[in-house]
Design a protein around this ligand. Structure first.
Ligand code: NAD
Ligand code: ZN
Length: 246
């Protein structure tokens, strides 16, 4: 069966690359985007253009962010995040590319040098002009104190949560590093991603084209299932520890 085949690929592999989406964090209590109780069902999306061009848009964006922040901040890594830490301890994990912004892979124990956050992080806010960063704790404290759309204290530029919004370019250096890792691995394993957001979903394809085995672990079907070498359907918290532990 697929399970034993995949374990054999992992045993032989020197360089595994993990790729995670929102599904790996739902068991930590953070909703994904596309489920019925997901973020999109409950919030108006503020795209990058609106954030930059409209004060009211920025106020709404910060309101949503700071409303969700206490729960996001309190979330703990789950068995799926810890399974990748086990793989790292076995000396096999070359990189973990994530679409997530919650920082839970690092909280679980992966060194930040091998975690590539292609959609940024919600743990900080960054100035769109000078790039200076402050913690989300500090930013949301300032919002609560009445700065409804806070500005950079160094240069007066717009402060924005350090996540990538729709219409905002992804960080080119992080994407380049992620692409290099994808092309240089033996096994590429994607976990909890619907694989419909580009260019992120192009990474599994790049890995496969470079000769890696492509493994997909997800509850629902994805557009890349046909192209994969193995597909496991089910709950990440159950499947991943069984798959990645020695
Ligand atoms: P998505 O919401 O499009 O898809 C999540 C996938 O995970 C779904 O296909 C679902 O079937 C699966 N899934 C959910 N819970 C699961 C579980 N317990 N076990 C197995 N499968 C499960 O998420 P995406 O592909 O990551 O892309 C959407 C965007 O959402 C990304 O850009 C990301 O930045 C953002 N996002 C991040 C977070 C976070 O940081 N935790 C949360 C919500 C959205
Ligand atoms: Zn600044």
């Amino acid at each position: 069966m697929d399970f034993e085949r995949i374990k054999a690929w992992l045993d032989r592999a020197d360089r595994v690359v993990g790729f995670s989406g929102a599904g790996i964090s739902t068991e930590s209590g953070i909703p994904d985007f596309r489920s019925p109780n997901g973020v999109w069902a409950t919030n108006r999306i503020i795209e990058f253009d609106e954030f930059v061009n409209s004060h009211a848009g920025r106020v709404e964006y910060w309101r949503q962010k700071c409303l969700a922040w206490p729960e996001m901040r309190a979330a703990e890594p789950n068995a799926g995040h810890l399974a990748f830490v086990d793989l790292h301890r076995r000396g096999k994990l070359a990189a973990l590319i994530t679409q997530n912004i919650d920082g839970l892979h690092q909280r679980a124990g992966l060194p930040s040098e091998i975690v590539h956050e292609i959609h940024g992080t919600t743990l900080e806010a960054a100035c769109l002009d000078c790039g200076d960063r402050i913690s989300s704790d500090e930013a949301c404290a300032r919002v609560a104190a009445g700065e409804l759309a806070p500005l950079c204290r160094l240069c007066g530029g717009l402060l924005k949560p350090a996540t990538i919004s729709f219409g905002q370019p992804m960080p080119a250096d992080v994407v380049r590093t992620a692409e290099q890792a994808a092309r240089a691995c033996d096994v590429f394993i994607t976990v909890g991603s619907s694989l419909v957001v580009y260019p992120a979903a192009a990474l599994p394809v790049a890995a496969k084209r470079s000769g890696a085995k492509l493994i997909i672990v997800n509850r629902d079907p994805t557009p890349l299932d046909q192209a994969a070498d193995a597909v496991l359907r089910g709950e990440i918290g159950e499947l991943l520890p069984a798959l990645l532990n020695a």
